[in-house]
Design a binder for this molecule. Structure first.
Ligand code: GDP
Ligand code: MG
Length: 598
């Protein structure tokens, strides 16, 4: 197709400002949805399931569109992951576009994620078109919000597009703007093939499905392609686009967006951000900025019932097929028995995986305190990579420990600058820069141990800025630090899953707070429970829970047997979520409480 008539764009927005609703309206207006039932009649059930499987994840849609002058266009609406914690993936999706529609709720205005997304778009040189949404609501104030967009973001908003994605009012103007304001892609059809992978997922029928944006060259079915970073070759078995169902296309040229299947067995065969080229005539330079996403934060996942180990394993295997940033391997803990050491991008990623395991796989889990990876140099001269604090060698065997550092950018209204600086200092941050991007918007740059960022920095940042700060970070290097292992003993026995690695300066404070949190979350038992925090042989904090007889039926005077039985059953149910350490029962909440900020 004619490259001048292609428009590639994304919709970006703060959550709930109307991104999905606007996308739906655009698809309706262009006739892309509505007659799905008719189409379904042509496919038998098996085909249908196959197509659904492959289509279900793709919100990226190819839209053929004829404007009022009869000009025929191809619009590619490219989906971006919803959360900026996955900013590398968001950034890669955006770099497949020439432009972005910035949806701003005209009753709310510019918010943290609005900005974070705009910066990613501008970093990728996109043309950004502001769209004011929800103007059907009485509280909408398009004039004020337009000024805000001009002041805070610096985008021209003199003739803003103001729509109601809900009613469809003025959504046609959005399409006109996409055609007239966004540039067409550029590229050379005769150059060696260069295509950017901006999304991929595993489909049980087709193997890995790859979404790509073609930059140069031409691709056809049966082509032998090479994945740049791995050097692996594959044959294209299927080539097409989502409209929104999967539709086969014989060949595609520069500027086009599509999917391909190539008998790839795992996500690692087509990593997001990588470059596809031809095996025979490869491009010499890949699309710049590729970095494999790899887990940065590690945590133990243990079944509450030891008998559910195999079920959990099967669930982890399934999840990993579709999440290249998630990893797992078996581990054993003295306290928790058989489980898995799992790797994640960050705390939010842990939460997402944990929730999916509980909801989709009905797994009952204990998640242990997360840890970053430490580089340990031993006296003997070995370099160890430690992702589990309880595996840290004895201090007498350690020469030095290095920890990962992150480069951090915080965007915040100026009234919160003081609070952000105080927080960053508390977290061992090193200030690098502070700049006003507008009269009342500030970008603060720090370098900080990633362990501090990962732990509760984000929650604290949000709460100290009324949710207005947005955070972006990137791991930059490893640096030596004075780190020690903090152990927790319960009635004298160390509980390995509570061990953590902390900076010596903060160790006393962390020890006290951990011991106190555990005291609060471990219920009193029939004997005294002593909780101690220790560094090596030195006890640095101690808490105790006095003995207590828990009689849940005490309140049931009279002979209401069934009520009594119900209570006993409930108590039994409660027990299931406990793990016995020696003779002390520790509820699941205790394991989680150590993850939470004070
Ligand atoms: P997203 O998180 O940006 O994808 O936001 P959604 O598209 O899911 O919309 C969030 C909420 O706002 C939903 O309840 C929508 O029905 C509502 N909404 C979206 N656009 C409009 C609009 O133009 N007017 C009104 N009144 N509500 C809207
Ligand atoms: Mg949405």
């Amino acid at each position: 197709s004619n490259i001048d008539k292609i428009r590639n764009f994304s919709i970006i927005a703060h959550i709930d400002h109307g991104k999905s609703t606007l996308a739906d309206r655009i698809l309706e207006l262009t006739g892309m949805v509505g007659d799905r039932e008719k189409k379904d009649q042509y496919l038998d059930k098996m085909d249908l399931e196959r197509e659904r499987g492959i289509t279900i994840k793709a919100q990226t849609v190819r839209i053929p569109y004829t404007d009022s002058d009869g000009q025929k266009y191809i619009l590619n609406l490219i989906d971006t992951p919803g959360h900026v914690d996955f900013s590398y993936e968001v950034s890669r999706s955006l770099s497949s576009c020439e432009g972005a529609l910035l949806v701003v709720d005209a009753t709310q205005g510019v918010e943290a994620q609005t900005l974070a997304n705009v910066y990613l778009a501008l970093d990728n040189d996109l043309e950004v078109i502001p769209v004011l949404n929800k103007i059907d609501l009485p509280s909408a104030d398009p004039e004020r919000i337009s000024r805000e967009i001009e002041d805070v973001i610096g985008l021209d908003c003199t003739n803003p597009i103001a729509v109601s994605a809900k009613t469809g009012l003025n959504v046609q103007d959005v399409l006109d703007a996409v055609i007239h304001l966004l540039p067409a892609p550029k590229g050379d059809p005769d150059a060696p093939l260069k295509a950017l992978i901006f999304d991929s997922w595993y489909d049980s029928y087709q193997g890995v499905v790859v979404l790509f944006r073609l930059l140069d060259g031409t691709i056809k079915k049966r082509d032998q392609i090479k994945i740049f970073s791995t050097g692996k070759n594959f044959e294209v078995t299927r080539l097409g686009a989502f409209m929104p169902e999967a539709v086969d296309i014989k060949a595609m040229g520069p500027g086009e967006v599509g999917f391909l299947c190539a008998s790839m067995k795992e996500l690692g065969d087509a990593p997001v951000g990588d470059t596809i080229t031809h095996a025979e005539r490869p491009v010499s330079e890949p699309y710049p900025g590729f970095k494999p996403v790899k887990p940065m934060v590690f945590s133990g996942l243990y079944p509450i019932e030891p008998s559910e180990y195999e079920t959990l394993k099967a669930a982890l295997e399934k999840l990993q097929l579709n999440d290249a940033a998630f990893s797992y391997e078996p581990e054993t803990s003295q306290a928790l028995g058989f489980g898995f050491r799992c790797g994640f991008l960050g705390l939010l990623h842990i939460e997402i995986i944990q929730e999916r395991l509980e909801r989709e796989f009905e797994a009952k889990l204990i998640t242990t305190a997360p840890s970053v990876i430490y580089e340990v140099k031993t006296i003997a001269g070995d370099i160890l990579s430690i992702d589990n604090p309880s595996k840290l060698p004895d201090p007498s065997k350690i020469d030095s420990i290095r920890e990962p550092y992150a480069h951090l950018e915080v965007h915040v209204p100026n009234e919160f600058v003081g609070a952000v600086l105080a927080l960053c200092e508390e977290k061992r941050g090193i200030q690098k820069n502070m700049a006003y991007i507008t009269e009342n918007r500030v970008v603060i740059t720090y370098e900080m141990p990633f362990a501090e960022v990962m732990y509760d920095f984000f929650d604290k940042l949000k709460s100290s800025t009324k949710g207005y700060a947005s955070l972006d970070y990137e791991i930059i290097d490893y640096r030596e630090a004075d780190l020690v292992r903090l152990d927790i003993l319960i009635n004298g026995d160390p509980v390995d899953t509570f061990s953590c690695i902390v900076h010596r300066e903060n160790s006393a404070r962390t020890g006290r707070s951990l011991a106190l949190k555990l005291k609060r979350s471990i219920p009193r038992q029939m004997f005294e429970v002593v909780i101690q925090a220790a560094i090596g042989n030195k006890i640095i904090a101690k808490e105790r829970n006095a003995p207590f007889r828990k009689d849940v039926t005490a309140k049931c005077y009279g002979g209401d047997i069934s009520r009594k039985r119900k209570l006993l059953e409930k108590q039994k149910e409660g027990k299931k979520r406990m793990r016995r350490m020696g003779n002390v029962e520790i509820p699941q909440e205790a394991f989680l409480s150590v993850l939470k900020a004070d």
